[in-house]
Design a binder for this molecule. Sequence first.
Ligand SMILES: [Zn+2]
Length: 680
Amino acid sequence: MHNPLLQNFETKFNTSPFSIIKNKHFKPAFEKGIASAKAEIDSITSNKETLSFENTVEKLEFTGMQLKRITSIFFNLNSAETDDEIQKIAQDVSPMLSEFANDIRLNEQLFERVQSIYNRKEELNLSVEQKTLLSNQYKMFVRNGANLNPDDKTKLREIDKNLAKLSLQFGENILAETNAFELLLTDKNQLSGLPEGLIEAAKLLAKDREKEGWLFTLDHPSYIPFMTYAENRSLREKLSNAFGARGFQNNKNDNQNKILEIVKLKYKRANLLGYQTHAHFVLEERMAENPTKVKSFLNDLLIKAKPAASMEFKKVEKLAIQDGIDNFQKWDGAYYSEKLKKELFDLDEEQLKPYFKLDYVIEGVFTIANKLYSLNFKEVFDIDTYHKDVKTYTVSGENGEFIAVFYADFFPRKGKRNGAWMTSYKDQWKKDDENSRPHISIVCNFTKPTQTKPSLLTFNEVTTLFHEFGHALHGMLANTTYPSLSGTNVFWDFVELPSQIFENWCFEKEALNLFAKHYETNETIPMELVQKIKDSSNFLEGIATLRQLSFGMLDMAWHGGNPTNINHVKEFENKAFGDTQLYPDVIDNCMSTAFSHIFQGGYSSGYYSYKWAEVLDADAFEAFKENGIFDKETANKFKENILSQGGTDKPMALYKKFRGKEPNADALLKRAGLLFSSHD
Ligand SMILES: [Zn+2]
């Protein structure tokens, strides 16, 4: 069978030939791609020539290039333009791919070769980037147990199997607890305060379950607006208590013992591999480096944000007291926060939207990229796409040199998953004197144009577009030798710096003037609206910060110490929260037993990174504020040291080259309006 995925793409810039790729091509392409990659690896391990960096480490880096292309095309389509067939193929090929990845990780001959080069790395005169590549490869083996004796290897596999099972059960328990609860209301008066849309959805849900009335659940789309708008306090209390008790009810779905088993196993695993704790193991591959640094980062922020948070809390509480509530509780928080927000800012999304026509915003984004990095975007119509809505651009530099292909896929449709993301169809790399440029894509779900109106974005959508475009710049400006170190292939707590910093331009008058023009009158957005956007984005930021810190501290407490003697989940949790809690404790509630981020998903020892990334982007943007938000020199420093460097060096080293110092939290606290003394 002629399979376009297995041919050289004879297309402009070697882009993916979407229109001739059919679903039936994928599975055979994966099979063939894996087989060729395996053969390439065999040729490394059977090479009789003298062992060298080039014939082992570098060769391994460039194996399976075809498979990587096939994989990125396939999984990008599975997110942006999927169907039942593609989903079925994904189920078939995912185990094939993880088996192949395991074959590499457990390949002892390959490890021996990498190890012997690693052991004499000092003699080899390697560049910083080469050293990073070598160290990454070596760590990939070692962190999977390559250095262990056969007995310990068996133990490690056993622990991994148990951990996989436990985290699955943890998630299933939360799901069962979430589904077990429903709040059925039959009296219309109980709905007061709730938005029309929520009431409608609740009615439909009740009907679905063959019930009369309105049904509310613990799922976020039902739970969050109910807690924000329901006037009936005892119903809020009921829902809040049910939400907080998930996994903590001494029934068959209880997660307390699961947590104790999980943290103890993770600790054992870390010890086996030679690490002090699980957090030490995880943070070795993070900018934050170790638990001590993370803990002092969180503590420092807590001390600085607490006064503002307490003051905000008092303001919200005061509103509740005025309403006759004498014991302000956590189920009152969202409701009175919303009331206060309405009182303070009467900022309506609909009022802003006319100033954010998508076409103008995207042009604005391109103009900003031009002012900062001298990039030129040109829409083209001769590059193949997977859907007619996808726009294609060629990106060139100051002297007309080709930089990247850029795809933009803006509107929702069946077959596209929710949210917004940046991805690549082809990474950047250098080989044999060629600098092979990347193909970068952003995928969003923005408000569609109608017959009478163009696409007008909410401000939230505007910041989302800037965010994803920031990631895209990281991909497009990549200029490294090795694909695994290129673009967004950086440590996890560093990857949001380019995206989040770019959001800052949305709040600057000078930048808004470039694109925030009324789609009918062409009037530039009034300054007072800009100020309102800024103020409302900081609304109750102190309380929100303390909440994030509490989760980060809880995560670090579970994973950054020796858990052997922990017996009581709730007691341990209350201690770990420390000084972060503003509301009175609810005895029957527990956060940990439903903390799926860290016990089910991949965020263990990583929750701090949300705040970490904010500190970084605020500190980095401060450099632009000091020198002018379009200052070329600052932009160039950011490009040369961060955007183009990917993961070639340690993030802190790259950051210091850009900023001249380590980041600190002051810029974030200032931006969030949290830096003030105790006076209102
Ligand atoms: Zn992001």
